[in-house]
Structures are given as C-alpha cells and as structure tokens.
Design a protein around this ligand. Structure first.
Ligand code: IFM
Length: 509
C-alpha cells in the first residue's frame, strides 16, 4: 500500500514537473536577431494597400482639444524636458521653450499643404492614406449637436483631394486628442473626460456625424488609435493628458473598459450607416522580450506585459469580456463581442522587460549590448525580425485580415539610410508573414511628412518627407520616399533593393 502511494505521489510530481517545464518553455525568451536568408524578389498580393499614416493633431492647425491646452500651458510655463522616451515629467514637452509658438499652432500646416502632400503621396506609389478626423474640429464647443461648418468644409476639401489623387482613405476617429469641453467639469461620480458617463454617447454622436458626412468616401475605419498607449501614458505614467499616476496597472482597468465601450459604440454606429465598412482598431504592438533569459521573473513578467498591453484588448473585442491579465475582475461589455473586422497593427520593434522583484518591473527601450541591435532617434530598439511572428500569431488567434496601420522610425540623419533599411526590412517581414499564411492587406508607413511627436515635440523626424518648420513648413522628400515608391509601384521588394538594404548576417558583424 505504501509502495502504491509512493508511486502515485511520484507520478503526480512527475506530471506537475512536466506541466511546469512545458509552461516555462512557452514563456518568452530573448533571442538574437537573425535576418532571413532569402534573396527576393518579394511580391505582394494584388490590391495590396500601400499608404502612409498620420493623425489630425500631429499635422493640422491647433483645435480646441486637450492637447492644445497642454501645449500652450507647457510653453507658457517653460516646462521643457530632455527628450528621452519614458523619462519625461508630467506636463513637460521636449524643446518646448525653443520651439516657436507658431509651430504648435500650425503643426505641419497640413491645412495649407494637404493637396500638395497628397499629390506627392500619389506620385510616389501610394494608393491609400490613413488620416484621422479631429473630434474637436467638428465639435469645438460643448452642447453642439451639428458639426462646425468650417470644420466640415475643411474635411470635405481633404476628401475631395484624396479622391482626386486616387487615394483610398483609412479613417481614424480617436487618435489621442479629444475636445477640451469633455474635460471641463466632472460627472456625478467625479469622473472627467473620456471616463465620464456621457463620453461614450458623445463619441458615438461624433462617429455618426463622420459616417453621415464621409461614409460614402471610405470603407476602411479605425475607431481608436493605440488605446493602450493612451491609457498607460495618461493614467499610469502621467505624461499624456490627463496626467494621472494611478499606481498599479490594475488601476487603469476602468479606463481600458471605457475605451472598449467607445470602440463598441463607434463600431455599431459605423455599421448601421455603412454595413459594408471594414472596422477595427490600430493596436500598438511591441515584441516584449525578457531582459535576462536566466531570470524566470523577467520571462513571466514579459508574458504578463504582452498579455496586459496587447492581447487583453484584442481578446476583449472578440469575446466581449475584458479579462485583465495584470489584475482586477473581468468586465463584460455590452455589444462588444465580435466588433472587429480586421486587426490593425502599429509595429515599433522590441522592448525589454526587466524586473527588480515580484510585480516590480521597468520597460527598457533598447540594449546597446545586444549584438546587431539598432535604435531610432527616440531610443527604440529596431527589430523587424519580430514582426512576422506577431502577425502570424494574430492571424492564428483572431482569424481576421490584418493591416499594418503604422510602422516607422524617427531618424533625422541627412543620409536617411536608417529609414531606407528600416522600410525595406519591415516590408519584407510583412511579406514573410503573408507567405506563412497571414492575410495582410495593407501597409501604412508612419508617416508621410515629419510631424509633432507628442511629448517629444518636433525633434523626432518620422517622415518620408522632411518638413522645414523654420521656412514656411517647406517639404523636402527624403531618399526613403523614392524607396517607398519603388516598392509600391512594383508591389514588391525587388532583389536589387533587398540586396542594398537587407540586414547582414550576424557572422559578418
Ligand atoms: O506619432 C505616433 C503616433 O501618433 C502613434 N503611434 C506611434 C507614432 C510614433 O511614436
């Protein structure tokens, strides 16, 4: 009998050990960056969308939104910080003192330049363009039920220009900025802004208005841009409006749930008006890598961050239930289940997750000791090799078409070589994902022209086209614009382009 019990205990222990080994084996590991060996050409499916992406607040003249209020205050109070990702203080903007107020008011002066910008895009292979509509430009004051006529007239001109240049619009409804009047005052529970009771109804009304105005001119809709970035930077790190530092990740669950409600309401508003519309979100995707493979805590936390920052939101849209991996009760959201027709991916490389104890971790944007690692001007580690696996995993998990709604690099160097490499390598990675079965239907580089990079100000240069802010916001195409035109025009990365820009194998470093 004792012997039988011992055998039983040993068998159970063995099974538990196997399960543990299996689970540990599935945790993320930090792997070296190994480039693909293929030589090209890499051809894309017919009808593939080639575009660039942008957002109203980053290119258009200032509107009555929360960001404009923040920028004017930071400028007036001289709240300037060193431009380092993750190290900005709340209320501060990079270079705010030295930056002329006019730049903040005009941004890239898209208001004057849009037709030339769109003509340039069309002349360089674009067949699509992602833009956002400013909520505050259509509804600048509280209590308005019909949109501002100047705002409507502006976007009518922009849509006419898009049509004239043969560019399919992809329209985003919320890209970080919202009308200031939403933030003035609190509701009965003391909540402000997008968290307040009526924010979802206001967003639905704005969405219906945009659908009525421009729904005939686009099929492709994005309700929210990077909701998790907005929630984390605004309510955990406190560097985006409304500058809150709530403490633990679980303390922003209410904000995330509200964003999911806004998404669901907008999805239904769009579908009611335009049943054939394709609707999704643009999700900020990183490859979260443990800082040290030998640290089980780094690996477990990297998995938790991936769930909390990436998977939970998309899963919630599929199932209708938000189950926060980083703590807190599940929240069921009415009307949410199944409200995405595609998965929109904004891909910006790898981030490292370094723990200093259970529940204590930091996100490290790059590691200079990683062989072959390159970083952008804002210090983000570049790793195109992790893009295809991400796309393949989304394809398998959600079984939906995918769009790269953003992918880009901050690079101010005159030779523009880093951007050209970045572009060619990432587009090739998208091709790999398609080869492996992911139904990727479009790629939007971030961005056509340099623009206002939120708390980092105007220094980071993401554009295929340089903007000379000091001289009438003049546009000067960078070499990468011609590279993009080559790819889009051929609907392929040809062997010659690949040979010029492919990543050398690690042995040659
Ligand atoms: O400029 C931003 C954009 O607004 C959202 N995605 C990332 C870009 C680069 O940081």
């Amino acid at each position: 009998m004792v012997f039988v019990s011992l055998v039983f205990v040993a068998a159970v222990a063995f099974a538990v050990a196997l399960v543990a080994v299996d689970l540990i084996g599935r945790l993320p590991r930090r792997e070296p960056i190994v480039p693909p060996a293929a030589d090209g050409p890499f051809a894309f499916p017919r009808g593939f969308l080639w575009g660039t992406a942008t957002a109203d607040h980053q290119i258009e003249r200032a509107q009555a939104d929360d960001w404009t209020v923040f920028e004017r205050r930071a400028k007036a109070e001289g709240k300037q910080d060193r431009i380092r990702k993750g190290q900005m203080r709340p209320g501060h903007i990079g270079d705010v003192v030295a930056t002329p107020a006019e730049w903040f008011e005009k941004k890239t002066d898209f208001d004057t330049h849009f037709d030339d910008d769109l003509a340039l895009a069309a002349a360089h292979g674009h067949n699509a363009f992602r833009l956002s509509i400013s909520w505050a430009r259509l509804f600048p004051r509280a209590g308005m039920t019909t949109p501002d006529s100047d705002g409507v007239a502006f976007y009518e001109r922009v849509f006419a220009s898009l049509a004239k240049h043969g560019l399919q619009p992809s329209v985003t409804l919320f890209h970080f900025a919202s009308p200031q009047w939403l933030w003035d005052g609190t509701d009965a529970q003391g909540r402000r802004g997008l968290e307040s009771d009526d924010a979802v109804a206001h967003f639905a009304h704005f969405t219906r208005t945009v659908v009525d105005l421009f729904g005939a001119q686009t099929r492709h809709w994005c309700t929210l841009n990077e909701p998790m970035v907005w929630a984390v930077l605004g309510y955990l790190e406190g560097v985006f409006p409304p500058f809150q530092r709530r403490g633990l990740p679980a303390q922003i669950n209410a904000v995330v749930a509200q964003l999911l409600r806004m998404h669901a309401a907008a999805y239904h508003a769009i579908k009611r008006g335009r049943p054939d519309a394709e609707v999704g979100i643009a999700h900020h995707v990183r490859h979260f890598v443990p800082w040290r493979n030998r640290s089980l805590l780094d690996r477990i936390t990297a998995k938790g961050v991936d769930n909390g920052f990436i998977v939970d939101f998309l899963d919630a849209i599929e199932t209708g239930v938000f189950r926060p991996a980083l703590g807190g009760p599940a929240v069921e959201i009415e009307g949410l289940a199944g409200t995405q027709d595609y998965v929109g991916v904004n891909f910006y490389g790898r981030f490292y997750v370094r723990t200093s104890g259970p529940g204590k971790f930091e996100i490290v944007p790059h590691d200079p000791s990683e062989p072959g690692e390159e970083e952008s001007d804002v210090g983000w580690a570049i790793d195109e090799t992790s893009l295809a696996p991400q796309l393949v995993r989304f394809a398998a998990r959600y079984k939906k078409p995918l769009y790269i709604l953003e992918n880009g690099i901050a690079d101010a160097a005159d030779d523009d070589v880093s951007r050209q490499r970045f572009l060619v390598r990432h587009v090739q990675a998208v091709w790999q994902a398609i080869e492996q079965g992911a139904d990727v239907r479009g790629f939007f580089y971030w961005s056509l022209v340099d623009n206002f990079e939120w708390i980092e100000g105007f220094a980071p240069r993401f554009g295929l086209v340089n903007v000379d802010y000091a001289h009438g916001m003049r546009r000067r195409p960078r070499p990468s614009l011609a590279v993009y035109a080559d790819i889009a025009g051929k609907n392929a990365v040809d062997a010659a382009l690949w040979a010029r820009f492919r990543r050398p194998p690690p042995s040659s470093l």
